[in-house]
Design a protein around this ligand. Sequence first.
Ligand SMILES: Nc1ncnc2c1ncn2[C@@H]1O[C@H](COP(=O)(O)OP(=O)(O)OP(=O)(O)O)[C@@H](O)[C@H]1O
Length: 578
Amino acid sequence: MMFFLLRNSGWLLIFSMSSGLLAGLSGAGLIAVINMALDSKQSTLPQLGKLFAELCALLFLARIGSAFLLMRLGQNVIFNLRLKLSRQILRTSFPHLQAIGPARILACLTQDIATFAEAFQWLPMLCVNAAIIGGCLLYLGWLSGTLLVIVILAIIVGIGGIQLVESHAQHRLSMARESDDKLYGHFRSLTQGMKELKLHELRRNAFLTDRLEVAAKNYRQHYLQGNGFYILAGNWGNILFYLLIGTALFLLPNIREAVAGLSTLACLDVVKLPAWPDMTPEIVRGYCLTILYMMFPLATLMDGVPVWVRGSIALKKIEALTWDSCEPESAETSGSLSFADPEVLMLNGVTHRYRREGEDRPFTLGPLDLTLQPGEVVFLIGGNGSGKTTLALLLVGLYVPEQGEIRLGGQRISETNRESYRQQFSAVFSDFYLFDSLLGFQGKELDTEARVYLARLQLDHKVSIENGEFSTLDLSQGQRKRLALLVAYLEDRPFYLFDEWAADQDPIFKKIFYTELLPLLKAKGKTVIVISHDDHYFYMADRCLKIEDGALKAIVAESPIYERAEEGLTGDAPIVSN
Ligand SMILES: Nc1ncnc2c1ncn2[C@@H]1O[C@H](COP(=O)(O)OP(=O)(O)OP(=O)(O)O)[C@@H](O)[C@H]1O
């Protein structure tokens, strides 16, 4: 974690740490002055008082400086991390994001960053307290080298004990974090499957007890064990300091007598034993004061260690989400080749395969060849799981063909121009997402233009648009899909893809979609790919392509399904004729 900080804001970290060190040294200096004042004559008190006031001011300024700098550093790092992570997610290939899964990504964006931020809130305290302890040790060394050795030995024993439990604690906290991922997945099911859970008591109970409760229990268990070890370690360190005070107060002043008594008992030669320091009352008082003064920083340090460890685990977790950030952030930076529209789109021998663990026969789409002409309306039809959406994702460039190639206007689509290629498509997927404003659109006439489409899509009585913001998104699924269509219209791109767009529309709007909106796009020279199960409207397509188990078949005019559609519906007259 420290390397991460140094990499990101090295100078700020160095300044804040130096300031923390100054605070620590001034704190230790204050103890020394107090100790001297307790023992000094009346005549030296004014000088000591002046020194005391100066050290107080220095401590105040250094602590504030260090805390502010570290707070700023922390917030800078969190800000950068949030943006970097979001950018990385957007640059990661779509299949990789699918493989990671939304629960893990969400846990990373919320939980891990929050834990990391929490660790940062401790950082100022950790640094200042570490510096205070350092300063106190220096003062102890100045008081008596022997006492410093004893304290350092105690610290080594303390740290040894802490190390002993730390690996266990860290392991448990890592496991708690793993359980957290699972919990997030269940929380997603809880919020998204609300209706299904409410309607089925047995399912609800099974979900609560077998899934959510188990994951929550695991989390609690690992968290308690992990932090329990830290509590043990913290208190072990604490009691060690009382033992040190006891040693100085009761043992060391009588050490000669105690050693002599013991050696007589053991028949040892006392003269060969090392001489013990003279423990003057001033030294003992200074020593006890310093140890007492060190106890609070030490306890804070101990409390902060698990937070710091959790922060490190969160950071590792963030870094472990190996984003394959190979995609350029924007079409301009991708070294893109521009595509003049309208263009012919060709798929030659394109394949895509899903690999899933434990699956005997992975689904494979293709190899398939397909040519789409500008201004063509093509319907993609086929049974569930036949590969329509997979083909759609390949067409829009979200999936990269494993074999074969895609060409637009003769240009082969590769890593360098894929981002530009994707910008040629407007799509409404069956699992579309609707933003609450017209993000990424510019122009003074945007609201006016959008309002025209709102009226055409019969949404103007439900939604209004002001400065590109929709007044509401609390709409039915069909209405929300119409808004998504409006956004697609405004994008005005050469290729349109609708994945079962009409599935949620009522018969009247279905008819408007197939008989008016699609011909309008065709008239504008757009290439339109429509995934549809509405065989009543297949006659509106220039071509119908059927997918069966990943293989593409063109349905020619003589095909029964096409004929049936043509026979049944040639009488449908468009409602709007422009
Ligand atoms: N992300 C994925 N990982 C693994 N397998 C997948 C994934 N997405 C789809 N599949 C599998 O690929 C096959 C084709 O899926 P696809 O979604 O393309 O079908 P579809 O024709 O659009 O179906 P539907 O009409 O039900 O939407 C299915 O067998 C599906 O289980």
